[in-house]
Design a protein around this ligand. Structure first.
Ligand code: SF4
Ligand code: MG
Length: 325
C-alpha cells in the first residue's frame, strides 16, 4: 500500500487560565504523535474521552492549527499553509462528525446541503452539472430523489448520517476523518451506516481516520488501531495483532472491559484503577503509571517510546515483553 499521509511529531497545546494571580498553564492535548496513513486503509483511534482523539483528527485536517509538527499530504506540509493555500487541499480532506443533527443546517434543503460544497469549490460549471452530481452521489449512498426538497428534521438519525456522508463523498475525498460517526445512532442502524462506509471505501479507495471509543465498532471497521492515552499513542498495531496480542497494560485493560456474550467464557478482567490524570499536569515518565499495576521506578523517571514489539505492532511500555498476561 502507498502512503497517503504522514504525521510527524504533531503537538497541540491550549492555554489554560490558571485563575487569579496564578501563572497560566498549558494543556497538552496531543503530544508529539507520529504515524502514517496508507491509501485505502482505515486507521482507528481509540481511548477514553478527553485523551486527544478528536483534537488529533482536527489538527490533521487543519480545522485547528497544530502548535508544532508536520502533516505531509501530497508532499506538502499542510501545517505550513495559510488558509488560502490550504483551500485546494480541503476538497480532498473531509470530516464526518458525530452528531448528524448538529452538522446539518436545518434551514437548507437536502439538495442545498449536498450541493453547497460543490458550489463553494466551483466543481460544477452549470446548475445542470451540479444537479447531475447530486443525483449521482444520492444513488451511491442510497438517498432517494424524493428527499432532495425536504429538510433535515424530516429524517431519522441514520438517514441524516447518510446525507452527511453524501456531502463528504461528492467532493471526491481521499482522506476522511470520522469522529464517532455512529455513536449518536441507534444500535439497530449503526451497522447499516458502518456497512455503507465500508462499501464506499471499497469503491472509491479513500482512507479513513476513524475516531471511536467503542472497541466493537473499531474491530468491525478498522485495519490498524492506535490506542491513545493522555495525548500520546501507547500502542499502534494491525487489528488482528491488537486484539489477539495486546502489549500495553492500558490496551489490555480496555480490551478486558469489552462485554462477552458467552456466559461460560471466563476471562480475567484487568480493572483500571483511579481516574485519568489531568492533561494540564500529567505524571512524569510514563503517563499511565498512576493506573498501571506493573509500574516500577523506571516508569516514574523515563518516558517510554513507541517501539516495535511484533509485526506491524508498536507499544510504548518499559515492561513490554516482560509482562505475563
Ligand atoms: Fe505500566 Fe511502566 Fe509500562 Fe507505563 S511503562 S505502562 S507504568 S509498566
Ligand atoms: Mg471526541
Amino acid at each position: 500500500m502507498k502512503k497517503l499521509l504522514e504525521v510527524k511529531n504533531l503537538t497541540k497545546t491550549f492555554p489554560v487560565n490558571g485563575g487569579f494571580l496564578k501563572k497560566s498553564k498549558k494543556l497538552t492535548a496531543v503530544d508529539g504523535i507520529s504515524f502514517d496513513v496508507m491509501e485505502g486503509e482505515t486507521l482507528c483511534l481509540v481511548g477514553e474521552s478527553g485523551c486527544g482523539k478528536s483534537t488529533l483528527g482536527r489538527c490533521i485536517l487543519q480545522i485547528i492549527k497544530p502548535t508544532s509538527g508536520e502533516v505531509i499530504f501530497d508532499g506538502v506540509d499542510l501545517c505550513k499553509l495559510d488558509e488560502k493555500k490550504m483551500r485546494p487541499y480541503r476538497q480532498y480532506l473531509q470530516m464526518i462528525f458525530q452528531d448528524p443533527y448538529a452538522s446539518l443546517n436545518p434551514r437548507m434543503t437536502i439538495r442545498e446541503l449536498i450541493g453547497a460544497p460543490v458550489h463553494a469549490f466551483k466543481l460544477a460549471a452549470t446548475s445542470d452539472e451540479l444537479d447531475e452530481k447530486i443525483r449521482e452521489v444520492c444513488k451511491v449512498v442510497g438517498i432517494s430523489e424524493d428527499w432532495l426538497n425536504k429538510y433535515p428534521h424530516e429524517f431519522s438519525g441514520g438517514q441524516r448520517q447518510r446525507i452527511v456522508i453524501a456531502r463528504a463523498l461528492i467532493m471526491n475525498p481521499r482522506f476522511i476523518v470520522c469522529d464517532e460517526p455512529v455513536s449518536a445512532l441507534d444500535v439497530s442502524i449503526r451497522s447499516q451506516v458502518l456497512n455503507l462506509m465500508k462499501d464506499l471505501q471499497e469503491q472509491f479507495k479513500f482512507s479513513y481516520l476513524f475516531v471511536s471509543h467503542d472497541l466493537s465498532v473499531v474491530n468491525y471497521i478498522g485495519d490498524r488501531i492506535a490506542v491513545m492515552y493522555l495525548g500520546e499513542f501507547v500502542e499502534l498495531a494491525t487489528k488482528r495483532e491488537l486484539f489477539n496480542n495486546p502489549s500495553h497494560p492500558y490496551t489490555q485493560a480496555l480490551l478486558s472491559a469489552i462485554p462477552v456474550a458467552d456466559v461460560n467464557y471466563k476471562r480475567e478482567r484487568t480493572y483500571l484503577e483511579g481516574e485519568v490524570p489531568s492533561p494540564v499536569n500529567p505524571p512524569s515518565g510514563c503517563r499511565f503509571r498512576t493506573r498501571c499495576r506493573y509500574a516500577s521506578d523506571v516508569c516514574k523517571s523515563k518516558r517510554p517510546e513507541l517501539k516495535l514489539v511484533g509485526e506491524d505492532h508498536f507499544a510504548a511500555c518499559h515492561m513490554c515483553g516482560k509482562i505475563t498476561k
